[in-house]
Design a binder for this molecule. Structure first.
Ligand SMILES: C[S@@+](CC[C@H](N)C(=O)[O-])C[C@H]1O[C@@H](n2cnc3c(N)ncnc32)[C@H](O)[C@@H]1O
Length: 261
């Protein structure tokens, strides 16, 4: 039985705050502890808190959604997820890993930038990932890169982790570099990434990947990712795409900017 926490959401409007600035309280004994949504280290330290806030209360459904679309897309091209060797970037405590493992992927590698994510995953979902790297993909040591490369990755998943103070385009592209040519990427991103108001850099990054022919989009779908603290639906796009060509993608996030301001 997962531990339940006494969680209090503020009554004042939080819809104006950036997603990473939203705060809530966990009452421990008689002490309220204030946490931001992006205080992942503190959240993961408390077993069950991440699931309780984001999945039970805010109804996040993105791991299932992205996992389903990945399965459907592979089926449509006569392939099966059981063949996949997946790198799950921004793996956290393993919510997407759970979905992938249940679908029967061949190998499952996790990666996150904070050690608390891996510690929580090992604590709450032991044995889920075949390996789990704590690393900054914008500055990946060669030794780590070699170890990841040895897993012969042919699918990258990134769920609820791109932009908004989380994974920057450079880290996403570096992770995509590990995917073999004709391998897959399945990820989700806030709906505003498709318009020019996007400041995360992902709008430009994804457009470049598509325009350069390096990403072949098989499925793009707008869906309700979760609720805001106020109960307003937050919509994201889920994308399943095939990586084309070889050669590093790192650099595509910053090279040239005349065509797509
Ligand atoms: C909202 S959680 C998502 C976790 C999991 N994918 C899920 O769907 O529940 C975002 C995760 O991205 C991780 N993250 C943030 N910036 C990152 C970066 N630059 N590289 C790798 N992981 C990062 C955070 O530590 C956190 O575990």
């Amino acid at each position: 039985m997962p531990q339940r926490h006494h969680v209090r959401f503020p009554s004042a409007s939080a819809d104006d705050l950036a997603q990473d600035e939203v705060r809530f309280e966990v009452v421990e004994g008689d002490r309220p502890v204030r946490l931001r949504f992006h205080d992942y280290d503190e959240i993961y330290r408390r077993p069950g808190l991440y699931e309780q806030v984001f999945y039970d209360r805010l109804r996040c459904c993105s791991p299932e959604k992205v996992g389903d679309l990945l399965r459907q897309t592979l089926t449509a091209v006569g392939r099966n997820v059981t063949e996949l060797r997946v790198l799950d970037l921004g793996a956290g405590n393993g919510m997407m890993g759970d979905v992938l493992k249940t679908s029967g992927v061949a190998r499952l590698i996790g990666a996150d930038i904070i050690p608390e994510a891996r510690e929580a995953c090992y604590r709450d979902r032991p044995g889920l990932y075949d390996d789990y790297f704590v690393a900054d993909f914008t500055d990946l040591p060669q030794e780590e890169a070699d170890r990841i490369d040895a897993w012969s990755i042919d699918c990258l998943t990134t769920v609820a982790a791109l932009g908004f103070g989380d994974i920057p385009p450079e880290a996403f592209l570096r992770a995509l570099d590990f995917v073999k040519p004709d391998g897959w990427a399945a990820f989700n991103i806030k709906e505003t990434f498709l318009d020019n108001s996007d400041r995360s850099g992902f709008s430009r990054c994804v457009r470049r990947l598509i325009a350069s022919g390096r990403l072949d989009v098989h499925h793009l779908e707008r869906y309700q990712h979760r609720l805001s603290m106020e109960g307003t639906p937050l919509h994201y796009y889920a994308i399943v795409a095939r990586k084309r060509g070889s050669g590093p993608l790192s650099g595509l996030a910053t090279n040239g900017d005349a065509d797509d301001a």
